[in-house]
Ligand binder design. Sequence first.
Ligand SMILES: [Zn+2]
Length: 134
Amino acid sequence: MNNNFLCPYCKGHLKVNEQIVFSTSTQNGKSGLTCLSPQIGNYAIVHHPSFEINKGELVSFYCPICHSNLTSNLTDRLVKVMMVNDSKEEFTVLFSGVLGEKCTYTLSQTQNEVMSYRVDSSNYVNFFGASPEY
Ligand SMILES: [Zn+2]
């Protein structure tokens, strides 16, 4: 699988050399670049040691290209990006912006299908209730 990750606003490519790159900031005003794994369910996070994020801290994610805020409109605790797979199928990927919270959703744009991958996902299950709007 060679998934591409795109900004939902400018459609710019966020994946560079097997890392997804974001501009991020914490609630107490620190900011820096953060890289995540393009593997769904891999929560490895890479950032410069001078940019400290504490476990449990809510991090705001921005597109490093157009600087759009990538916070989901479902809840400010989820971050939204676009994923395009080898077959050019488009998905919306939602993941938790809270450091240490392992939660990712992949939503197929054709099937409105919610697939939750990991542990803390039950926290957000209610956001995908009877009448999905995505
Ligand atoms: Zn963008």
